[in-house]
Design a protein around this ligand. Structure first.
Ligand SMILES: Cc1cc2nc3c(=O)[nH]c(=O)nc-3n(C[C@H](O)[C@H](O)[C@H](O)COP(=O)(O)OP(=O)(O)OC[C@H]3O[C@@H](n4cnc5c(N)ncnc54)[C@H](O)[C@@H]3O)c2cc1C
Length: 385
């Protein structure tokens, strides 16, 4: 069921928080490449970032459909959920595969925001999308793993207490399948930074606190292994459908924000003695973006509905992410064009959102990899890599 009374209420509650963080707030942070601490704190304290944590562990126990509405509304307000979206879903690996002891230890604190688990260390500089080839190695010595390696584009490590880290525990040449021998460790960044992990921030075209990690003889207790050793790849894959659905929702939020701004501006701006929106050359790209957003929105809800029902949703989650990222990018282009020169002026926020939404063609999974997933796994075409 979409658009229930509860969904409307949820949208209103998120909107009322977002109202306190207007365009100027995000613009100023963007200029300084600073982290939205106040916004993230408020969103944690009000329980929104603990949406997916079951009530028995102190969370709100909401569905992915509802969580996706929260993310959409943040971006629809002009904000950027990318600053904290991972606090919502990264804990899924712990929730689904952690021991009862680990869950009791961490989830209630993640739910109330006193502990941040919003760093997720998978990507490496030399292996990129080819995840199973990753080189970061954890070798067991007694009751510890000694970890060495390097990660890149690991976001929010400077603003997170914990990190989910994907490492190889059995060398590639000793496993039957390349997906075997990878493990998930829960790293306490409060202890690890300066004691095995060095963080180097990477300045990007938008305000996204992403970093490079150098890992040298990092010691992690075996108690922090999540699930079984060697099965980590499947645990990470497990969480990816939720990530895709939530990112699709952020793209939808961006897209609707763009369409609203473009429509308002096209109605107001008068050139050649009439509103520019009277010209079909201006109207059509906005209308086209809106149509594509509405279609992507249906796929988002379909994917979320399947996930919430415990049914396979890999196809729909991937398609929703691709459709929504394309639609938001199309809307971004239409909006900058509608604004003419003002689209490039910082004070209009269009150029900021334009930079922010561009990311989702590449991360957390690039468009090509989604196309190849659909080609191979849905259509049965030959594997290309
Ligand atoms: C701002 C930002 C934040 C990020 N945050 C995180 C994070 O928190 N944690 C994390 O683990 N990662 C993170 N990432 C990494 C992100 O997931 C990767 O950048 C993304 O998956 C692509 O990997 P890559 O950059 O190594 O590109 P590559 O794998 O090197 O690919 C480069 C290009 O080649 C294409 N390509 C590669 N192989 C094929 C193929 N077989 N067929 C067709 N095309 C192909 C890709 O689609 C891409 O367009 C982040 C990235 C950015 C930019």
């Amino acid at each position: 069921m979409i658009n229930t009374a509860f969904h409307q209420e949820l949208r209103q509650s998120v909107r009322s928080i977002c109202k306190k963080y207007p365009d100027a707030y995000w613009r100023e942070l963007d200029e300084r490449r600073a982290y939205p601490e106040d916004f993230v704190n408020e969103l944690s304290q009000t329980g929104f970032l603990g949406a997916l944590i079951p009530e028995e562990y102190g969370g709100s126990g909401l569905s992915v459909t509802e969580a996706s509405i929260i993310m959409e509304e943040i971006n629809r307000s002009g904000g950027n959920a990318g600053a904290c979206h991972a606090q919502m879903y990264t804990m899924g690996t712990l929730l689904r595969h952690g021991s009862e002891e680990q869950k009791r230890k961490y989830l209630p604190k993640i739910a109330d925001g006193s502990l941040r688990l919003q760093a997720f260390g998978v990507t490496e500089p030399n292996t990129g999308s080819d995840t199973t080839q990753l080189k970061t190695m954890a070798v067991r010595k007694g009751d510890k793993y000694i970890v060495n390696g390097q990660k890149v584009f690991i976001s929010r490590t400077e603003y997170s207490d914990l990190m989910i880290l994907l490492v190889r525990t059995t060398p590639l040449d000793q496993v039957k399948k390349r997906t075997e021998g990878l493990s998930v460790l829960l790293v306490d960044l409060r202890e690890a930074v300066g004691n095995g992990i060095t963080i180097r921030p990477i300045r990007t075209m938008m305000n996204h606190a992403t970093t490079e990690l150098f890992i040298e003889n990092l010691e992690v207790s075996v108690d922090n292994l999540i699930g079984e050793e060697g099965k980590g790849f499947s645990y990470i894959l497990d969480g990816m459908n939720v990530e895709r659905i939530l990112i699709a929702s952020e793209c939808l939020g961006d897209g609707y924000w763009f369409v609203d701004r473009a429509t308002q501006y096209a109605n107001q701006r008068v050139v050649f003695k009439r509103p520019i929106g009277q010209n079909q050359g201006i109207q059509f790209p906005i209308a086209q973006s809106y149509i594509h957003l509405e279609a992507a929105n249906l796929m988002r809800f379909r994917a979320a509905e399947l996930f919430d029902a415990g049914l396979p949703c890999g196809k729909e989650a991937n398609m929703a992410k691709l459709l929504a990222a394309d639609a938001s990018w199309e809307a971004a282009n239409a909006t900058i064009q509608t604004h003419g020169g003002f689209g490039f002026a910082e004070e209009y926020d269009i150029e900021r959102k334009f930079r922010e939404t561009r990311l989702y063609q590449v991360a957390p999974i690039s468009t090509n990899l989604i196309l190849s997933y659909v080609a191979e796994h849905v259509l049965g075409l030959p594997r290309s890599y």
